[in-house]
Design a protein around this ligand. Structure first.
Ligand code: XLS
Ligand code: CA
Ligand code: CA
Length: 426
């Protein structure tokens, strides 16, 4: 059975998988992935309304027949779009049963079906994760729960999700701490909770390495929603946490554009923090709406954003993961054609961003400006300060002798912005 045959082919204006940009084909710069949960699951429900789209794929939701139909539809969709990876939560794949052993048996069954599809199509897993936020047992957290029994259940889900990720040849494994935070400090032992989250991550690393997982683990920062405060607030906080608990050799970050803006940062800022710390792993490619205070998970469309994101990715030397479209159609965009159009929009937006970012780098004016702006630190006084030649008192004495700084060169922001516009729009 075909789900997308009758839907017109996607229209790509910029995405040419084999076009070489800075010595590498676009498809290698941009390992795109389909998010199982949104694309095959999200049907337009919100807190005021029920589903607007039909994601039954001809089967009854909540059954294994439906789980298989989603696999069929998902692989057909990825082939139609030329997408080579997918991302999943354990519970995106099968309906959860009352009994963990039954859920796991269902996962074993569906994973064989997925593996066969992978072999047939060459499509692979980008990353897997465990859904540690949906079920009521996680209402007070998973790794951070006050209940050791809940921690234990979370560990079981992580173990299974790691097994599946390895089975699917996944490049990475993600922890998104949706419930790892608090509603009020009045009932919260913050130190203990954070130590326990780190414990769960260490257990995952030990287990993952023992079953041959060689990829990166990722933390996906998000400041809030669903919790009032989430411990993995932003990239800087997550990197500090990883270093504090000795997890930074096995972990990198999965940066989501919409989470960056929820944290009060630009997407580029979060990527830059990762880049300068050598911690850029993967990207959840979406965008939010700055007029709204919540997570809207829209398909990327803003070319300034994709250009600045790709600028950071190119400067970082690429990702160990890829670009997962953690994005969903707007509620009224409720047809199968809308699903195809949405991915084509997202892929094209990143392809154009890649091309423009490469041009910015090749053009060289931004880099030259930076070099000149900081030139004082490469020789003379600047180099001596950086190499530790002076104490604070010696610098104070020097300042008295030299008098006030001789020049204050312009920061040049408007000229740099003009150059960006020139490259984007000609
Ligand atoms: C939710 C997160 C989630 C993670 C995976 O806001 O983006 O979808 O990417 O658990
Ligand atoms: Ca999101
Ligand atoms: Ca995400």
């Amino acid at each position: 059975m075909s789900y997308f045959d009758s839907i017109p082919a996607p229209v790509f204006r910029y995405y040419r998988p084999d076009e070489v940009i800075l010595g590498k084909p676009m498809k290698e710069h941009l390992p795109f992935a389909m998010a199982w949960w949104h694309n095959l699951g999200a049907a337009g429900t919100d807190m005021f309304g029920t589903a607007t789209a039909d994601k039954s794929f001809g089967a009854k939701p909540g059954t294994m027949e439906h789980a298989r139909a989603k696999v069929d539809a998902g692989f057909e969709f990825m082939q139609k779009l030329g997408i080579r990876y997918f991302c999943f939560h354990d519970l995106d794949l099968v309906p959860e049963a009352e009994d963990l052993a039954v859920t796991n048996a269902r996962l074993d069954e569906i994973s064989e079906y997925i593996l066969a599809k992978e072999k047939e199509t060459g499509i692979r897993c980008l990353w897997g994760t465990a859904n540690l936020f949906n079920n009521p047992r996680y209402m007070c957290g998973a790794g951070s729960s006050n209940s050791p029994e809940v921690f234990c259940f979370a560990a079981a889900q992580v173990k299974k999700a790691l097994d599946l990720t390895v089975k699917f040849g996944g490049r990475g494994y993600v922890f998104w701490g949706g419930r790892e935070g608090y509603e009020t400090l009045l009932n919260t032992k913050m130190g203990l909770e954070q130590e326990n989250i780190a414990k769960l991550m260490h257990l995952a690393v030990d287990y993952g390495r023992s079953i041959g997982f060689t990829g990166d683990f990722y933390i996906e920062p998000k400041p809030k929603e669903p919790m009032k405060h989430q411990y993995d607030f932003d990239a800087a906080t997550a990197i500090g946490f990883l270093r504090q608990y000795g997890l930074d050799k096995d972990f990198k970050l999965n940066i989501e554009a919409n989470h960056a803006t929820l944290a009060g940062h630009t997407f580029q800022h979060e990527l830059r923090v990762c880049r300068v710390n050598g911690m850029l792993g993967s990207i959840d490619a979406n965008q939010g709406d700055l007029l709204l205070g919540w997570d809207t998970d829209e398909f990327p469309f803003d070319i300034y954003e994709t250009t600045f994101a790709m600028y950071e990715v190119l400067k970082a030397g690429g990702l160990t993961g890829g670009f997962n479209f953690d994005a969903k159609n707007r509620r009224p965009s409720n047809t199968m054609a809308d699903m195809v159009n949405a991915y084509a929009l997202g892929m094209d937006s990143f392809a154009l961003g890649l091309k423009k970012a490469a041009t910015l780098i090749e053009d060289g004016r931004l880099d030259r400006f930076l070099e000149e702006r900081y030139a004082g630190w490469t020789s003379g006084l600047g180099a001596d300060i950086r190499s530790g030649k002076y104490s604070l008192s010696e610098l104070a004495a020097l300042a008295e002798k030299q008098g006030k700084p001789s020049s204050l060169p312009s920061g040049g922001q408007e000229e740099l912005q003009r150059i960006v516009n020139e490259i984007l729009f000609g």
